[in-house]
Design a binder for this molecule. Structure first.
Ligand SMILES: Cc1ncc(C[n+]2csc(CCOP(=O)(O)OP(=O)(O)O)c2C)c(N)n1
Ligand SMILES: [Mg+2]
Length: 377
């Protein structure tokens, strides 16, 4: 467990208390602007169905794993809330894209991988890097641009990377990682390493040629890759509805005769189940899968997003069915943990984040002699 930073003031916690409305009848949906691509009735139905199916899935998994999943989700949330805070204080510079609201995707997909399975992703990469094994210290120091960062402070928020943990970025070019991830899967197959690749990207990347070219090759050559489209409904300020003629991304795989699944990204157990099926297909049959995992980004596209393309009500509706609160409630109902256990999990996350902040603060800036090392132009 990370060392507690006892000298620091107690850190503010994320609000992860269960909503009072959960047990009551669903409130009547408000009228919203149809351009926001929100269906409130569908959302409420989803929450109820999700809880029932989550409880079933929980019964098949051991307590320790379930608690670890919850811990990682709480850590991701708390860590990033602190990122927002210190960003506003000027401690983090440049772009900073937060993952708040999407935690069930990173945790559900990655916690049952083998250690040497490979992951590649976009710039929304802090939580994914930590779930893959990078320490919160090395991620926070990277955000601060310090020597102790996972790439010595030279990459920053968008370029987390660790060869040791088989985490191959953090990429800023939308969709660029889809081609690289496909190449990684080709290498794994060619070298017969038995590794599987998880390649994450947003829904806005799907309109690019690289997505289609990669899926075609992966199916044709039987590559062990899982394409994970994190559909958080927006590409910067543009909703999927305004940018894509087709509503289903998962179905696009059928043009390439590729296996695919649409997954509820607010339900960590559903994400886990779908990923395990895809990993098995990749590992045992050397076949790719496209997963469209739908969640919602609570924060702006990046820290500099004024957010005037969606309503406050829309964001609140999704926060009411938060994936962490849902999972915590399900675990309590399944008697996997009680409120005291949850407090302990939260405290661990608070301490791990405090320790990361302390480490980043104390880590020096890279020296001038590092200016031209590890840099390719
Ligand atoms: C090739 C390319 N075009 C445009 C951009 C500018 N840009 C950065 S993020 C982004 C939106 C991407 O949205 P999505 O793929 O849905 O991922 P999300 O940010 O929602 O995680 C755009 C257009 C870029 N970085 N790269
Ligand atoms: Mg998006």
């Amino acid at each position: 467990m990370p060392k507690a930073a006892t000298s620091r003031k107690p850190e503010k916690r994320a609000n992860l208390s269960s909503p009072k409305t959960t047990k009551k009848a669903a409130p009547k949906p408000e009228k919203v602007d149809s351009s926001t691509f929100l269906d409130v009735e569908e959302a409420i139905r989803e929450y109820e169905d999700r809880k029932a199916s989550q409880l079933k899935a929980i019964k098949k998994v051991d307590k320790e794993t379930l608690r670890e999943m919850l811990y990682q989700m709480v850590l991701g949330r708390h860590f990033e809330e602190k990122c927002a805070e210190v960003y506003r204080m000027g401690k983090i510079g440049g772009f900073c894209h937060l993952y708040i609201g999407q935690e069930a995707i990173a945790i559900g997909t990655m916690l049952s991988l083998n250690k040497d399975d490979m992951v590649i992703t976009s710039y929304r990469d802090h939580v994914q890097a930590m779930v893959k094994g990078l320490s919160p210290e090395s991620v926070m120091a990277e955000l601060y641009g310090r020597e102790g960062g996972c790439v010595k402070g030279k990459g920053g928020s968008m370029h987390m990377f660790s060869k040791e943990h088989h985490f191959y970025g953090g990429h800023g070019i939308v969709g660029g990682q889809i081609g690289v991830g496909t190449g990684m899967a080709y290498a794994a197959k060619y070298k017969r390493t038995g590794q599987v690749v998880l390649c994450f990207f947003g829904e806005a990347a799907v309109n690019q040629g690289i997505f289609h070219e990669s899926l075609n090759m992966a199916e044709l050559w039987g590559l062990p890759v899982i394409y994970i489209c994190e559909n958080n409904r927006y590409g910067m300020g543009t909703s999927q509805k305004r940018a894509m003629s087709a509503r289903s991304i998962a179905k696009k795989a059928e043009s390439y005769e590729m296996a695919n699944e649409f997954v509820d990204g607010m339900d960590v157990m559903a994400v886990r189940g779908a990923t395990r099926r895809a990993v098995e297909r990749a590992r045992n049959e050397s076949k790719p899968t496209l997963l469209e995992i739908r969640a919602y980004r609570y924060m702006g596209h990046s820290m500099s997003d004024p957010g005037n393309y969606r309503t406050r009500e829309e964001i609140l509706k999704y926060q009411e069915r938060d994936p962490i609160i849902l999972f915590k409630d399900s675990l309590k109902e399944a008697k996997v943990l009680n409120e005291k256990d949850f407090d302990e999990i939260e405290q661990r996350a608070v301490e791990a984040t405090a320790s990361a902040l302390k480490f980043a603060d104390e880590s020096p800036y890279p020296s001038e002699s590092e200016l031209l090392t590890d840099v390719l132009a």
